[in-house]
Write a protein that binds this ligand. Structure first.
Ligand code: ADE
Length: 224
């Protein structure tokens, strides 16, 4: 998979890809992530990417021209499955969306700033608008980092234990069951007996039961 991220703040997006699982996925060649500084696609002397909005009103709007130049250059090099715009107006990201995005070959992710982008960018280039939640960030970069993290960890070979993404919370529509490690007893609090029994059939049943119980208690909306 290849992800091209268009941003006015590439430095904000560097570190998530320089550590841990995402870095390993890139080093192993399982994903390519390219950051494009929108200011490199301006031709005014101030490298200006935003301007006042027509009709008046507070807040600047990102101009179409540099975005068009950047997207068009990328599209002249390869085909893209989706051109995604990170915005609080978008569909809220969930595991189902992450799963389907992880099957794609090439995607562009555009990070918004200020009051957002000129509407014509959305009309002419954007195929999907994604929000990471009902709150407003100062830009789309942190949203793009969240999106990339959740998608990249699903790519085959990225996680060490192939099954561990499959047992994540949400992967089967339920929250994950509780997990424990050593010691078996800590300050008098014991690990559930069943987990020490070695009876894997019973352990699996217990986990399914707990996943359902946990979901009913914490996120009953997931069961509706
Ligand atoms: N940009 C600003 N707020 C955002 C959000 N909640 N999700 C994605 N991108 C955003």
């Amino acid at each position: 998979m290849r992800i091209d991220i268009i941003t006015v703040l590439p430095e904000l997006l560097k570190s998530p890809f320089e550590a841990s699982i995402l870095k390993r996925a890139i080093d192993k060649g399982l994903v390519e992530v390219h950051l494009h500084n929108l200011r490199d696609y301006t031709d005014n002397s101030y490298n200006q990417v935003d301007d006042y909005q027509f009709g008046g009103g507070a807040g600047m709007v990102m101009m179409i021209e540099p975005i068009d130049k950047c997207i068009s250059e990328l599209k002249s090099q390869r085909n893209y499955d989706e051109v995604i715009y990170m915005t609080p107006d978008g569909s809220t990201l969930n595991q189902r969306m992450a799963n389907s995005l992880s099957l794609l070959e090439n995607i562009i992710v555009l990070c918004g700033h200020y009051k957002g982008v000129d509407q014509r960018v959305r009309d002419m280039f954007i195929t999907k608008e994604i929000s990471i939640g009902d709150y407003v960030l100062s830009g789309g970069e942190l949203g793009a980092a969240v999106l990339c993290d959740t998608v990249i960890r699903l790519l085959p070979g990225v996680l060490n234990d192939e099954t561990s993404a499959l047992t994540d919370s949400f992967q089967d529509g339920l929250l994950a069951p509780p997990v424990y490690t050593r010691p078996a007893e800590y300050k008098g609090v014991k690990v559930p007996e069943i987990l020490l029994s070695g009876n894997f059939g019973k352990i699996e049943e217990w986990r399914e039961e707990k996943a359902l119980e946990q979901t009913q208690k914490l996120r009953p909306d997931l069961l509706q």
